[in-house]
Design a protein around this ligand. Sequence first.
Ligand code: N01
Length: 540
Amino acid sequence: MNSEKSTSELDLDCDVIVVGSGFAGIYALWQARQRGLSLRGFERGSDVGGTWYWNTYPGARCDVESYNYAYFFDKDIVRDWDWSDACAGQEEIQRYLRFVAERCDVLNDISFDTKIVSAVHSEESGLWTVTTSHKERIVCRYLVLAIGALSEPKTPDIDGVDTFSGDTYFTSNWPKDHTVDLTGKRVGIVGTGSSGVQAIPEIAKTASEVHVFQRTANYVTPTRSGPMDPDLVAKLRKDPHAVRHASRETYGGHTPLDIGKERFLELDKAGRERALSEAWDGTYVPLAFRDAYLPEANAAISDFIRGKMLEQVNDSWTANHLVPWDHPFGGKRPCMSNVYLQTYNLPHVHLVPLSETPIERITTDGIETTEELIPLDVIVYATGFDAISGPLFAIDISGISGKSITEAWEDGPANYLGTMVHGFPNLFLPSSAMSPSVLSNMATLAEQQIDFIFDSIDWLENHGRPLLHPSTESQNYWREETLSFAKRRPGALSTKSWYSGANIPGKPRVFMVYCGGFKRYNEKCYSELMDGFPGYELIP
Ligand code: N01
């Protein structure tokens, strides 16, 4: 639907609008300021943080190391922030993002508690008109929707969800007033992805009974905890810009300081056993081997993790049901926890594998499976998100000829280089589909994409301000390219996951994460820029 109002250059309120104030949004506002552009920021939450503002469920933390999951653009920020833990908790990360926003002096640019309801492109003026939930209309030249890939919660697709008479909570929107008290309660938790795996051990500390409704078992490997290594911190602080540069040269956008150097397939039997044990005990299993996603290596690593998971659970029936036999390591987003599996050794924690006894419905009293009605006081949904396209579809966006983004993505996401969509000129989408996204370090990605977006804007400003959008050929090529890399990654296309939209009934199946590696991605972005955007259309 096109409710296009006639706009002209005279209506222009600011050069750039940035929506969202997570990692990408804060940095985008800073970049706009650095480049002398006028700006406005909008955030639907009451504070900065994005994911780390909303996901306040018990146990929420980052399972990527703090030194990786941080900004590197400013050496003073790197020097002045001390992480208390190798993998920081939600509260600390949100505090960090506020600290960065204060340092960047962007807080006053952001209108909080303000949703963007629509964004309309005018072909006449080439400008975007953005309308907020407070009915304010703002006209800008460049629109950056830094709204996150995992910010639109999935509505649980279970019969009777609204009939439950007890309390209901969502991990994705946990009450922030610390009033949730599960002491002595019978709690049912639906979902065992990263959020569920983190929340379940915490909930089990106070609840009297915990029933975990697991549809698909997930890989769970150890996570780091405890103080940061001072030598590592010193190395990072010595030259943050070098770290930032080096991270972009890696496959996953991680600081290269302790990514495993070994290739699994090049080791002999004893070497493989040694390296796997070292990975499990000390480092970070997903990054331990350079060839972890070659099929033969991946199969052996998957088997090793399954064996380690079985060892941690006393009851063999429970252990067997917690192990992911149906997909290889990395087919879904692996989970990390040092306490999740052991939680099932507690007498009041019960696994309900839905592969054997599916949920029939939610009733006023609890959750009814094909076997029994489990009475509950509280249900916690850790059921995930309508990833990537969900947050975009929540805004009424219309581009050239009034075509909406929902129409443009009817058959699934289509874009070029994960940031721009044909027919939507000067609309920039960090952390969108077909970027390295969650298969990379999201903090590195936020900096890289925002740099690329603002370097592109600089180019446009210096070349007579044409409008920029990718050609359909480039989009088709990029979708094929993304698919071709996904085909090489074990389990990517055969596993049901949010990576391909399979968690949302009726959503078109398109593999939405570019797994060609961060280095290749960064090089492709910048070769477009250096060559004057051959894969794009420039509208004078
Ligand atoms: O969501 P998920 P999440 N009946 O989609 C189940 C990031 N993250 O919030 O697998 C029963 O992974 C669903 O089952 P299945 C990270 O990128 C990062 O946990 O679809 N079950 C699954 O078990 C992650 O990937 C951190 O069969 C239902 C679960 O709910 C992403 O966020 C921490 C169901 C959803 O798992 C999302 O994680 C947390 C139904 N009707 C999250 N519907 C870090 O540490 C869904 N499920 C950085």
